[in-house]
Write a protein that binds this ligand. Sequence first.
Ligand code: 5AD
Ligand code: SF4
Length: 471
Amino acid sequence: MRLPNYQEARKRDIREYKTVKFELDSKLKEKYKGKKFYLKTYGCQMNEHDSENIKALLTSIGFQEIDNYEKADLVLLNTCSIRENAHNKAFGMLGRLKHLKEQRKDLIVGICGCMAQEESVVEEILKDYKFVNFVFGTHNLEQLPNILDKAIEENNQQIEVLSREEDLVEGLPVIRANSYKAYVNIIYGCNKFCTYCIVPYTRGRERSRKKEDILKEVEELVRDGYKEVTLLGQNVNAYGKDLYEDYNLANLLEDIAKMNIPRIRFTTSHPWDFTDNMIEVIAKYKNIMPSVHLPVQSGSSKVLKLMGRRYTKESYLELFDKIKNTIPNVSISTDIIVGFPGEEKEDFEETLSLVEYCKYDNAFTFIFSKREGTPACKLKDEVSIEEKEERLQRLNEIVNKYFLENNKKLEGTTLSVLVEGISNKKNMYYGYSETNKLVNFTSIKELELGSIVNVKITSSKTWSLDGELDG
Ligand code: 5AD
Ligand code: SF4
């Protein structure tokens, strides 16, 4: 049994790491043929992509995926810790599984992902969820086949969580959710330690994948006909800093842009290390999508300091303007937290005025959620929940107003759309524009999913655009 330890996870020292190649234990290959698994994924794209590896690992030992957890032999929850509600959702599911397991003693239940890295969660599992068969964390995902096998063979609870990151594993199998757009990890972990954020504890320090490994993966995706890659990292802007003197995200974007892939996206960017070179490269290449997610978190420099964000309102706006003025037709989205400890009425008003200035194309807004073990958890929090909810509502009204206003400007224009689905209505399709806008459109011609088409925008809503196939 290996339990997570926050004392260890909090350490800021940078460790040496090797890149190692994954190999499946040959004894386990197809061992569980005929067994079925149900995987539930919570949280961000990083978790979604981890789940693509998890599915492939389970498939390699013979499991088959099903979408009804009541009929599964194995139920695995890939969890998220970012806010309390993600937490509560996973524990709610665990409650349902407890009942199921009372009727079906042979059901195997596993927990992985970010919550598995939390000391208090694992303590709770040990105390109140003894029926959980196995737990592993974000740093040893590749050990899933072995940990699961051990839990089954030895018929006891296996808890195997590493508190710190270890070697970087290449060559994990993957079953992608989609055959035309793909996630590609470029950097794992985060060194920023924003005071509200649990990610540095659950995902460890920054480790970049070698550029050759990334380029090879993208090359294979191009060969397989993929149309879009999204480069993933908690902070992609830090790419390469731990590996190279003279190769960074701008270089990587440029190298990928020269490949024959129609659409490149990347997320998430911390405003602190967004370089001019990056902006220039995004502006230069047509296949790097003009869409930047630039979390601001607050419009008050005082609150930003309390959050440990390393920029001020003024320096954020300077960067914002530079991106807007350099990348043609760029769309910018953001994340905002309201009700951070110490956020006074005037601070919140500053957030509103920043939003009025930036007129974001999209924004994810949250009420601050205390995460155990983070510095902000200890800050005095004097604002009532009612006040926080009111602030969130006021903020949402303003961000929504600008989503609609921006969308309205697109009426009458023609946008390039990657077709992603067919809606229930006849001749209706949907997809995303280059600037990441959801477009619902009609087409009499039958369209292939994954094709890129021109759509004439006829009307707009707050969260989507309507249109018709152009030509
Ligand atoms: N409370 C509320 N929101 C948070 N986020 C991260 N941690 C917290 C927290 N403790 C938000 C930030 C981040 C996004 C992914 O989630 O806005 O950018
Ligand atoms: Fe949630 Fe953060 Fe973990 Fe993603 S990295 S699953 S957002 S806690």
